[in-house]
Design a binder for this molecule. Structure first.
Ligand SMILES: Cc1cc2nc3c(=O)[nH]c(=O)nc-3n(C[C@H](O)[C@H](O)[C@H](O)COP(=O)(O)O)c2cc1C
Length: 407
């Protein structure tokens, strides 16, 4: 039985989520990151109410990180960290056991240099109580930093399209564990999502997580001209809201192409972000950078606001909206509406309009006016001749005062 506060955290029964045969108190998990750095922190994350929490990547030989290793950038952060700095022995003797005290499901994120090593790590993690195994597949900054740290050793950049090593690891892990095995795609596969979706499906994995950081990414300190992070070029992986439009699209593709249960990860900060991932087909949703930047309380706030937002939108169960966007896309195709060029003029919901002016400011066609009130009009007014139906005003309105029905 869960001892965490997930029921209290706004977590009405409607948030309970089944994933690969496991029962999660809600769909929010914390994927590998600083809040998976040791068992005690993971237990605290679990007590904050999340459905699942994940170790930092467990490796057989932890290496030091180059420093500095974190930098905040617009809409996210870049980081140059590797896997867990704790030994695998720590994780398999006490780390996972302590993590379980938080009451959330425990996901062991791990990587081996060979499939045999990955299988051995996975077996030990499960023997210690891990509920699920997650296999990361690529890290955008790792190769060049390892080469700088260990000159003379050969760390060839992996071919991004080669799914065979992942498949070999999954197959060996599946032989020795009976918990779900989930493969985590890298954000660097954004242009080859299809190949990876099919590759993971063929490997026999139980699910796909999508995605890890994008990159390599760079941030520069203009006071010194130095790259913000350590390492040869100071590059790292980009995470946070900046990556969400891409990782969300990857999630949709993965769900459509693999048919496997999906964990959507990347840039989540709000309940609407969570719902977008669920509508794209995700069952669980990961939140990493938001908790990193704002603290543990962020997870509970998100779970509570998800329950409230579902009420406001009339969504009684996540099952009802899971994959809704996939169904919408299929309907577009079935109805021959894949290249609509007729204007779809937004409708102003006058009762919601505060005349804040955001829509008027972004309209490049001078087609919407609030600052100069149109006679007798207390809300934004759209000039039907000038409006081209681009949709930008609808997307910037924070008061749900503009509506554009696709068709
Ligand atoms: C500081 C930090 C450390 C991370 N460490 C790992 C890791 O060890 N293994 C891994 O698979 N992903 C790691 N990630 C990636 C996250 O699990 C997640 O996939 C990514 O940050 C995107 O989600 P977000 O935008 O919510 O942060 C890390 C991310 C951050 C920000």
């Amino acid at each position: 039985m869960n001892t965490n506060s997930n029921e209290a955290a706004g977590g009405a029964a409607k948030l309970r989520t089944a994933f690969c045969g496991l029962d999660f108190a809600n769909p929010i998990i914390v994927p590998a990151g600083v809040h998976g750095r040791d068992g005690d922190v993971m237990a605290e994350v679990g007590r904050s109410g999340v459905g699942g929490t994940c170790t930092k990547t467990i490796v057989s030989q932890p290496a030091n990180d180059v420093l500095p290793c974190f930098s905040s950038v617009n809409s996210g952060m870049v980081n140059s960290v590797f896997g867990s700095d704790k030994s695998s022995e720590y994780w398999f003797t006490e780390g996972i056991k302590r993590a379980k005290e938080g009451g959330a499901k425990i996901i062991a994120n791990l990587a081996g240099f060979t499939p045999e090593e990955a299988a051995s790590l996975a077996e030990s993690a499960v023997n210690c109580g891990a509920d699920m195994i997650m296999l990361p597949t690529h890290c955008p900054h790792m190769g060049e930093i390892l080469m700088a740290m260990f000159p003379g050793m050969n760390f060839p950049e992996p071919s991004l399209t080669d799914v065979a090593p992942m498949q070999a690891s999954v197959r060996m892990i599946k032989e020795v564990v009976d918990v779900p095995v989930v493969v985590k795609l890298s954000g660097t596969y954004a242009h080859i999502t299809k190949e990876w979706s099919i590759g993971v499906k063929e490997s026999g994995a139980d699910g796909i997580a999508c995605a890890d950081a994008l990159g390599p990414a760079l941030s520069i300190d203009v006071r010194t001209g130095q790259p913000a992070l350590g390492g040869p070029r100071g590059v790292g992986g980009l995470t946070g809201p900046a990556i969400m439009p891409i990782t969300l699209r990857m999630t949709l593709d993965v769900a459509m192409m693999s048919g496997l249960p999906v964990i959507g990860i990347g840039g989540v900060t709000t309940a609407d972000d969570v719902l977008q991932y669920v509508m794209a087909g995700a069952t669980l949703v990961g939140v990493c950078t938001a908790g990193h930047m704002k603290g543990l309380e962020e997870y509970q706030r998100l779970i509570e606001s998800l329950a409230k937002r579902m009420d406001a939108l009339g969504i009684s169960s996540l099952d009802d909206v899971r994959g809704l966007t996939i169904r919408r896309i299929e309907a577009r195709k079935a109805d021959g509406k894949v290249a609509v060029t007729e204007r779809i003029i937004p409708r102003v919901k006058t009762e919601n309009c505060t005349r804040c002016g955001a829509c008027e400011r972004v309209c490049a066609y001078e087609a919407i006016a609030v600052a100069v009130a149109v006679a007798g009009q207390n809300a934004a007014a759209i000039d039907l001749d000038s409006c081209i139906g681009c949709g930008l005003c609808v997307s910037v309105c924070r008061f749900d005062a503009l509506e554009q029905e696709y068709y």
